[in-house]
Design a protein around this ligand. Structure first.
Ligand code: AGP
Length: 606
């Protein structure tokens, strides 16, 4: 949560920092601020502007014109400690105004550190945990800034990605990180620091990734790295093959709509050369002995977890290994029964989700083999996990995940086939299944043509108070994701139920005016779901049906027809109308679909 950017080079820093902040706003948008080193007669001082609200508020602030320097740091906040306000916005300065800091993360022992500072005569003006950092640097500074920073970092418990500027070192930005992401983009005599790659992609494709408890000293023409004990370390520059255009809206009204429409291509890229007919699936996992495993755990959060639930069926069908799906925040606290015979698969778009990182570390410590399905290259989880498989969805900017989900389900299915082939399990259906996988991009393209129907349906139901999604098997998995999308961006109360469960309690909630959306795509069980929908209609519900079966039923208010596909892969198709449904409901309610309230793209707190 929170986005940080930094710039050092030969240009004025503010416009570059503002652009960086705008592209990182998905990480948090409660308040924003910028600090630069301004010089007058070769004397430097820190000037800053900060305010409550979005980056736009900062952009409109006339004082921004006073920030002329070419070394600067900036921040967009997702509030944790202290409500969104000007005082709590970053940057935070120490009492002597020698050090300015922006921070992403949480300092868990800040109360103890605050007391130490108060005992030493410091005054703290904000309610934040961050304000202790510049003051501690000041307290620890005895003439050597690196020593002061190293000593300060050792006192911090929790997570941080920080940038520090000071008139004491006017040609440098000092950065450090632990459990929060930070990348440094390199271009000739300019350097671009950011929480996420997209914020610097319009400037460069070359990046350094800061690792845990590392410190970077960034100058116009050089970058040096140290561990927390100040031993110098060497790092390689990584080339990132995302293009800047993929981080723009490209004529779409919102990132979410653009990303929904990018799904056919994102799936095609994710399949890439991994799957072809009459050949075994190709994944770089050759040194894993899959015969060793008697259990699979799939662990993730939110939409990524829904992708795991949707793909569980594939692992059980093709690999014949019992497979459990768990949310990372629960998994880590319930002493899971895992050992070296367990394969743990983690799914994450950002690669930075704190709960997923903690669950991954636990699985590793218990001896299991870990594979992570990740979208963001070089992110923290790729560096912790034993093996990483990338979804090639490209940058996902909208807070509500869409294209990452379909790519996750696609890649998990590919992994299931791969394991099945490596185990030598006979399955005459496998080639037909691969054929279906290869058809996915075109089928998703077809389902996008339902857009006008869905827009029309949304215009009739956007003012509803409660909506229920029902389905069986993989359709139930999709129901959960459809319900989450709706909640996230339209703020309408919604729940997902396994269709057969409705009659065991939730049906008491069905009355006139409630809408029930049924997803029924499996030829073997769709009629059962239809019966459950009829039971709701009988009790006064409005009804919407998403199906790939030929159904004529004039009791159902709206039927959305989607292409047929192997039932195991159907979540990749049937989620698309539900994404569009949530999108148009939110548009009808005139809400900001890309930046829904209270949320942030990358959840780096527990
Ligand atoms: C998706 O729409 C959500 N914003 C959220 O549930 C998300 O999927 C979850 O926080 C996990 O994020 P990750 O994939 O980056 O780990």
């Amino acid at each position: 949560m929170c986005g940080i950017v930094g710039y050092i080079g030969n240009k004025k820093a503010v416009p570059i920092l503002i652009n960086g902040l705008l592209s990182l706003e998905y990480r948090g948008y409660d308040s924003a601020g910028i600090a630069v080193l301004n010089s007058f007669n070769n004397t430097y001082k820190i000037d800053f502007v900060k305010d409550k609200g979005r980056v736009k508020v900062l952009q409109d602030n006339k004082d921004l014109e006073l920030l002329q320097g070419n070394v600067g740091i900036a921040h967009t906040r997702w509030a944790t400690h202290g409500s969104p306000s000007k005082e709590n916005a970053h940057p935070h300065l120490d009492n002597s105004k020698t050090f300015a800091v922006v921070h992403n993360g949480i300092i868990e022992n800040y109360l103890e550190l605050k007391q130490k500072l108060l005992d030493n005569g410091y005054i703290l003006y904000s309610e934040t945990d961050t304000e202790v950092i510049p003051n501690l640097i000041h307290l620890n500074y005895k003439g050597d800034i690196l020593q002061a920073i190293s000593k300060t970092l050792k006192e911090l418990k929790g997570s941080y990605a920080i940038e520090v500027i000071s008139p004491l070192f006017p040609d440098k930005i000092i950065v450090a990180k632990k459990d929060s992401p930070l990348v440094i983009g390199i271009k000739d005599d300019e350097k671009f620091i950011a929480s996420d790659i997209p914020a610097a992609l319009s400037h460069t494709n070359k990046f350094y990734f800061l690792d845990e408890e590392e410190i970077g000293i960034i100058e116009q023409n050089s970058v040096k790295f140290f561990d927390i004990d100040l031993n110098e370390i060497q790092k390689d520059i990584k080339n990132i093959d995302w293009d800047a255009e993929s981080s723009e809206k490209n004529g779409f009204e919102d990132y979410m709509l653009k990303e929904i429409f990018e799904q056919p291509n994102a799936i095609r890229e994710t399949i890439g050369s991994r799957v072809s007919l009459d050949k075994n699936v190709n994944l770089e996992l050759d040194d894993i002995d899959f015969k060793n495993f008697n259990k699979i755990y799939i662990v993730a959060c939110g939409t990524a977890m829904h992708a795991g639930i949707a793909a569980k069926y594939s692992f059980e069908k093709f690999c014949k290994i019992p497979t459990e799906v768990d949310m990372a925040s629960e998994f880590r606290y319930r002493s899971p029964l895992i050992d070296e015979h367990t394969l743990c698969i983690f799914i994450t778009q950002s690669g930075e989700t704190a709960d997923t990182i903690a669950a991954l570390k636990l699985a590793k410590s218990l001896g299991s083999t870990t594979i992570s399905i990740v979208n963001v290259m070089g992110s923290s989880i790729t560096r912790i996990s034993d093996y990483t498989l990338y979804t090639h969805a490209g940058p996902e900017i909208a807070v509500a995940s869409t294209k990452a989900y379909v790519c996750q389900v696609t890649l998990l299915n590919i992994l299931a086939i791969y394991i099945s082939e490596r185990l030598g399990i006979e399955n005459s259906d496998l080639n037909i299944f691969k054929q279906s996988l290869l058809e996915l991009p075109e089928k998703v393209k077809d389902v996008l043509t339902t857009i006008d129907t869905i827009k029309e349906i949304a215009s009739h139901v956007y003012n509803q108070r409660d909506l229920y999604f029902i389905g069986r098997g993989a359709d139930y998995a999709v129901s959960m994701e459809g319900s989450l999308k709706l909640k996230e961006i339209s703020y309408i109360h919604s729940e997902a139920y396994a269709a057969g469960e409705l009659k065991h309690g939730p049906i008491a909630l069905i009355e006139n005016g409630v809408t029930v959306i049924a997803i029924a795509t499996n030829p073997n069980i769709y009629e059962k779901t239809l019966s459950n929908l009829e039971e709701s209609i009988t009790r006064g519900a409005n009804s919407i049906l998403v199906t790939n079966q030929r159904i004529i039923n004039d009791k159902i208010n709206y039927i959305i027809n989607i292409p047929e596909i192997n039932p195991i892969l159907s979540p990749i198709i049937s989620i698309v109308p539900l994404q569009l449904f949530a999108y148009f409901i939110a548009k009808n309610k005139k809400l900001d679909v890309d930046k829904p309230r209270n949320l942030a793209k990358s959840v780096t707190v527990e």
